[in-house]
Design a protein around this ligand. Structure first.
Ligand code: AMP
Ligand code: MG
Length: 400
């Protein structure tokens, strides 16, 4: 059985990378991958800006100021945020009353905060000396002209949206989303809204997977379920594969009599990349290449399907979008309890806080899903490795 990491590499070796680009508003760009380097067309700020409410001064003229011996300056103007840059001849021993965000007039090199003065209107007493540059937001203090503000293939987060807005940029070019189809297999599955009859269950995986995928910025082209029949499975895969960049199936991938997914893909002429990976849950996970598209076939049990998706989807997406930030986040943390060795590498639902991780529940079957709500990560327990309380383990965090 191959390792998760080798299996991921096999997918990446054959999968294409996104070339399509689209223009979207900066808010729509949230969670998307920027298609190009973006350079600053304006410095931020583009004028010297007061960082405090107070008085623009020449710092050297405030030297020696104290409560006992204040420096007294003549106030020659008042400037507020939004006022244009005032044009005047700077005279010695003067100050300009100024509010935060207002342009500092030429000739002044510091802003004394008003609490260090007597708030004077025509004359102001200054009680503390200042240094050149105090509360003085120089041109480009935040962003310099022509500085690269966003890099190509950078994931746009909320801060990036604000940085673009500060540039006056309304729209950017992002990579088109990865197009994804989901096919949940199982004759026991019924759609939401349909009454449950004996032996049937609601198709919950379809929604778990769709929710993860939607949160990743990818586009779900179709999501449907399919009975355990070779004819229907074969028809759906054959007809729909070309609508997507990645097809995800769940269920029917193991060794049961009606686990038709491997057989159908083989009959269609798909190339198997791997089948069965050293991981539990979801050991039977499989990937194939069919009509130049990757088909990722996950186990059917809800927890197994979610773990399979997690370990293979994000790395596949990161590669397709050329964006490493899309990879799963992992971290080494300390175990709160011992873990018995297992023949197969295990991914155990757990909760990490403040650098320590604990198992929240005793129920670890791959058919039990509800307790994943109490978890935020998966412990990676290598095969045959025993852990004692206090040992360090790697955890992978759920995204969303
Ligand atoms: P399978 O991998 O097809 O053998 O399915 C394993 C278990 O997962 C069975 O109990 C299935 O009923 C269940 N299962 C399979 N697909 C789904 C699904 N889409 N939603 C919820 N449970 C499922
Ligand atoms: Mg099944």
């Amino acid at each position: 059985m191959i390792e998760v990491e080798e299996a991921r590499a096999k997918i990446q070796q054959v999968s294409t990378q996104q070339k399509k680009v689209e223009t979207v508003s900066i808010l729509e760009a949230l969670g998307r991958v920027c298609a190009e380097d973006i350079r600053a067309k304006i410095a931020v700020p583009h004028f010297p800006r007061a960082g405090m409410d107070g008085y623009a001064v020449v710092a050297s003229e405030t030297q020696g100021a104290s409560m006992e011996q204040p420096v007294c300056l003549t106030v020659i103007d008042s400037i507020f945020a939004g006022d244009s840059e005032h044009d005047f001849v700077k005279r010695q021993r003067t100050a300009v009353k100024i509010m935060t965000g207002a342009p500092i007039p030429t000739g002044y090199d510091a802003v004394i905060k008003q609490e260090w003065t007597d708030y004077g209107d025509t004359q102001v007493k200054i009680y503390q000396p200042s240094k050149a540059g105090d509360n003085y937001g120089a041109v480009g203090e935040d962003v310099q002209l022509d500085q690269k503000v966003i890099s190509q293939y950078q994931l746009i987060n909320s801060r990036a949206v604000g940085i673009l807005a500060a540039q006056g940029i309304k729209e950017i070019r992002v990579l088109a989303p990865m197009k994804i189809g989901i096919l949940a297999t199982g004759s026991e599955l019924v759609s939401l809204g349909t009454p449950l009859t004996s032996g049937k269950i609601y198709d919950s995986n379809l929604y778990t997977l769709a929710a993860f995928i939607q949160s990743s910025g990818s586009q779900i082209i179709f999501k449907e379920h399919c009975s355990d029949t070779i004819a229907e499975l074969s028809r759906l895969i054959h007809e729909k594969i070309e609508e997507v960049d990645l097809l995800i199936t769940t269920g029917g991938v193991s060794v049961g009599e009606k686990d038709y997914v491997p057989k159908v893909i083989q009959q269609l002429g798909g190339e198997q990349l791997f089948h069965f990976v050293n991981m539990k849950p979801g050991t039977p996970v499989m990937a194939s290449l069919y009509k130049k598209r990757v088909i990722l076939s996950l186990s059917g049990n809800p927890f197994a399907s979610a773990v399979n998706l997690h370990l293979f989807y994000w790395s596949t997406l990161a590669h397709f979008m050329k964006c490493t930030e899309l990879n799963l986040e992992k971290r080494e943390v300390q175990l709160m309890e011992a873990l018995k060795p297992s023949r197969i590498r295990r991914f155990i639902r757990a909760y990490e806080k403040d650098g320590v991780v604990s198992l929240v529940s005793k129920l670890h079957y791959s058919s039990v899903f509800h307790n994943t709500l109490e978890t935020n990560c998966l412990i990676d327990q290598p095969a045959k490795k025993e852990f004692k309380k206090g040992d360090y383990v790697m955890v992978y965090y759920w995204k969303f």
